[in-house]
Design a protein around this ligand. Sequence first.
Ligand code: SF4
Ligand code: SF4
Length: 275
Amino acid sequence: MPQTRRKKKTKTVTSAKTRKRAKKQPKFKTEAKSKPTEETPPKIEEKEAKPTEQPIIEKPQETEAPPQIVVKMETPPPTPQPILPPPMPTPSPPIPTVEKKEMPQKTVLKITPESARFKYEVKKIPGAERLMLCFQCGTCTADCPVARFNEEYRPRKILRMTQLGIKDQVLKSDSIWLCAACYTCVDRCPQGVEISSVLRALRHLAVKEGYMPPLFKELGTAILQTGYAFKIPELRIKKRGDIGLPPLPKGNTEDIAKLFNATGFSKLLETSKRS
Ligand code: SF4
Ligand code: SF4
């Protein structure tokens, strides 16, 4: 037992000695011991860039919207409509009575050998050769100055009747005598028909057949007797002398008579059927 105690004492002595030694011995830095063989580069401390502080701008406070005033309009109650009596039916205007026009009687054309020859008879006369080329476009009638003032005068119609051989109706008509020979239609005809010359040929045939109008008979007779188309009254001849005008030259009736006899016109004047 005492041995164990001794041992214990030694132990405690050593420990005290070591403590003193430890206190006396200079302390070495642990860093030297832990120094690596290679020198580590010095650490560069990276400073983190602090964000610049932004100035805090205070937001303007939202102004409150003014309170809306809702005005409620009260709809007035519907006024009662007076019940009107139904409108009286207006009497319809009287329907004008349309007079029935009598339709013109249809003309039946009878083709006889004579009527069939008529167009060839006309075509033989100089100027009327292109009669059958007319295709009834109506340009001649539209441009004719006489047709403008006379509803009966239609050159296109006369040409068609001639083509169809309605001989008597054409030759007895007054229309063939109305042409003023202005040649407007001739200039405008797309077919080159000499309408004025066709009408002259028809007049020639009408006189031959004895259908000379009374007025033209009077004119022919006056030329044969006096040399003038119109007989000059005696009173007018006397007046000319009173105011100092020279007397009118006398017509050469002898020569005119010879001409009329030679052409057969004197005979035509005598045999004219129309009065
Ligand atoms: S203009 Fe010539 S083609 Fe036309 S209707 Fe007169 S004549 Fe005939
Ligand atoms: S020539 Fe005779 S048909 Fe021809 S436009 Fe003149 S008036 Fe009319």
